[in-house]
Structures are given as structure tokens and as C-alpha cells.
Design a binder for this molecule. Structure first.
Ligand SMILES: [Zn+2]
Length: 347
């Protein structure tokens, strides 16, 4: 019999880190007004036992219950909060968060592999993020990055993703053959709820920016994962195909789909049915973003909203071979360093 696929969840964050992390961050934020209060990195003390407990009683427990094998794990997205403080603040914070994720991946190498947050800061040249990116790939063995297209936290004053502003990051991504998940952080604009509006808006915005530009002509091997099922784009795919046509762009299959991928963080069956019907199966990666924005149980199904494997299993749009792609095959292709790490483990 054929081996069952490895279930790779390409979108998980360390949302359950010990409270000491948040306390340290709060002190760091307080110190922006009073630098004499600046906490030392060494003031943050989290033991391996605390990390083990944070993972074993949360993400790993649910992974085992739901039957997923491995999570691409990154720092908590809403805590990145790149809009807070200056580059130095973001830089120290990113280093701490990335190291914690690295420690989790060392403690649970069978179940977690890392992706990095970047020390982005509004108005600061993205090339300042390169040293942290390099450390995360070379020293920590991380296999991807999260790139925030709006480090202002909801005010959208950075150039679009197709602008040369971002090219230093893309050049490194190509050099290391790592993809980026396009992922915003907390909204500090009261008009946009962080996970309900800002996240989904950003996913949709990223896709439209990529349609308007010609980024993948300059970077034919660059790869982006658009999370949360691609925001509104799959639902409105006809609009985006039509807009691309008006703009005299190539077909989206040529213009975008060699380079962008959608995750399955859509929290109900009709959403996954639509995604798998509209978007080619080669462009869909399994993910749950568990434990994340939506933690409750759906009274209609009796299951957790973010138990997305149920929907992928149940959709009539995928056969066994296509499910293999969504669970494992596509992730290995989009994250070659993940594939290499798995092969080293004999998986
Ligand atoms: Zn996320």
C-alpha cells in the first residue's frame, strides 16, 4: 500500500509562548519613552521545560489529535508589531522571537521547523533585515520568512511589493531558495480589526499589487505564500482575471501562479470547496494557523473552526493524488529547505 502523505502545516505561529515573553516585550515598549528602563535580552528567562510545556499542551497536542505531522513555525504574527518603536526595537524583538522558535524546533525536530520574522520598521530600508534573515537560515536552519507588506500596522505607507524597495529581500530569498509568507501584523488603525479585516485585506492587497506589477519577470523563481486562503482573491478570481486582462497582463496562470501559493486557512467547508475548485491544486498548501485567530468550536459542525484538515479531507474537489500535493508535495516544492531537512531525517 502507498504510504500516507506527511501532513505538513505550512502556517503556525508560537502564539502560546510563556508569559515572560509578553512581559519582556511590554517592558521594551515602555522603555521607548524612558530608555533608562530598557530591558536586557538576558533579562528574559524561559527554560526548555517551559517551552516544552507550552508546545506539548497546545500545538503538539492538537497536531496529534488532528493528525498533522509537521508545522512550519514562526513567531506570533500579531506580536511582530513592526510599527512599534524604531529599527533597534524591532531588531532586538525579532532576534528574541526567532531564537525562541529555533529552540522549539530543536526540542521537537520531528514536529516543527522554523520560519523567521524580520526586524522590519516603518520607513526603514528592508535591506536592514538581511543579517537577521541570514542568521535564521544559516544558523537556525529556518526554511522561510514572513514578510510584512505593511510595517506601519494598517496605514499602508510602504511601496507596493512590486517596488524595488523590497528587492534586497527578494535577492536574498532567491539566493537561499526560500519563500516568504506575506503576513501583516497587528493593526494600529481602529478601522481594521487585526485578524478579521487587516489580515484578509493584506492578502487581497498583495495579490492585486502582484497583478499590477511585473515582479516575477525580474525574479522568475521568487515564491510567495498568500495566507488565509488568499484573502478575498479566490472568491473574486473572475474580477482579478478581468482586471489583469484590462491591464494587458498575461493570464494569471502565467503572471502569478508560477510564483504564488495559497494556504488552506479558511475556516469552513464551503470556503475550502471554493478554493480547491478555483485555484489549481499545485498552488494550494495545507495549513491551519493553529492556535491562532479563531479558537472556538463551530456549532454547525461540532468541530474546531481551525481544524482545516477535515475540510481538505471532505472536499469532493480533490482525489488522493491531489490531496498528497496539498498536504506534502507542494510544501516540499515551495520550501526546498524543508524538503532537504526532511530527507536528512529520512522522511
Ligand atoms: Zn498567520
Amino acid at each position: 500500500m502507498k504510504q500516507p502523505p506527511l501532513i505538513i502545516d505550512c502556517h503556525g505561529h508560537f502564539t502560546t509562548a510563556p508569559k515572560a515573553l509578553e512581559n519582556w516585550r511590554n517592558q521594551q515598549i515602555a522603555s521607548i519613552k524612558d530608555p533608562s528602563q530598557t530591558p536586557k535580552v538576558a533579562d528574559l528567562k524561559i527554560s526548555d521545560d517551559e517551552l516544552r510545556e507550552a508546545i506539548e499542551t497546545n500545538q503538539l497536542k492538537l497536531m496529534k489529535e488532528r493528525g498533522s505531522d509537521l508545522t512550519i513555525f514562526s513567531p506570533r504574527a500579531s506580536f511582530m508589531a513592526h510599527h512599534i518603536g524604531d529599527f533597534q526595537v524591532s531588531s532586538t524583538w525579532a532576534a528574541i522571537c526567532n531564537e525562541l522558535v529555533y529552540r522549539v524546533t530543536q526540542l521537537f525536530p520531528q514536529h516543527f521547523i522554523g520560519a523567521a520574522m524580520l526586524p522590519q520598521s516603518p520607513g526603514v530600508d528592508p535591506k536592514t533585515c538581511i543579517p537577521e534573515l541570514e542568521k535564521c537560515v544559516k544558523q537556525y536552519g529556518q526554511v522561510g520568512i514572513n514578510l510584512n507588506p505593511d510595517p506601519s500596522g494598517g496605514h499602508w505607507n510602504s511601496p507596493p511589493l512590486t517596488d524595488r524597495h523590497w528587492y534586497p529581500i527578494y535577492e536574498k530569498m532567491v539566493e537561499y531558495d526560500i519563500p516568504a509568507m506575506i503576513h501583516v501584523s497587528t493593526s494600529c488603525n481602529a478601522c481594521f480589526h487585526t485578524t478579521g479585516a487587516h489580515y484578509i485585506n493584506a492578502d487581497t492587497t498583495a495579490i492585486m499589487q502582484l497583478i499590477q506589477g511585473d515582479l516575477f519577470k525580474d525574479f522568475p523563481t521568487l515564491r510567495f505564500v498568500i495566507p488565509h486562503g488568499g484573502g478575498a482573491a479566490p472568491y473574486h478570481w473572475g474580477r482579478y482575471r478581468g482586471l489583469a486582462q484590462e491591464m494587458k497582463k498575461p493570464l494569471l496562470s502565467e503572471h502569478l501562479l508560477k510564483n504564488i501559493f495559497f494556504d488552506t486557512c479558511v475556516y469552513h467547508q464551503p470556503g475550502i470547496d471554493l478554493l480547491t475548485k478555483v485555484i489549481p491544486v499545485d498552488n494550494i498548501l495545507f495549513a491551519s494557523e493553529m492556535i491562532g485567530a479563531v479558537r472556538g468550536i463551530d456549532p454547525e459542525s461540532g468541530h474546531y473552526y481551525d481544524d482545516t484538515k477535515r475540510y481538505v479531507q471532505a472536499t469532493p474537489n480533490l482525489n488522493e493524488e491531489q490531496r498528497f500535493k496539498v498536504y506534502e508535495g507542494n510544501a516540499r516544492r515551495v520550501f526546498p529547505r524543508l524538503d532537504a531537512a526532511l530527507k536528512q531525517q529520512g522522511r
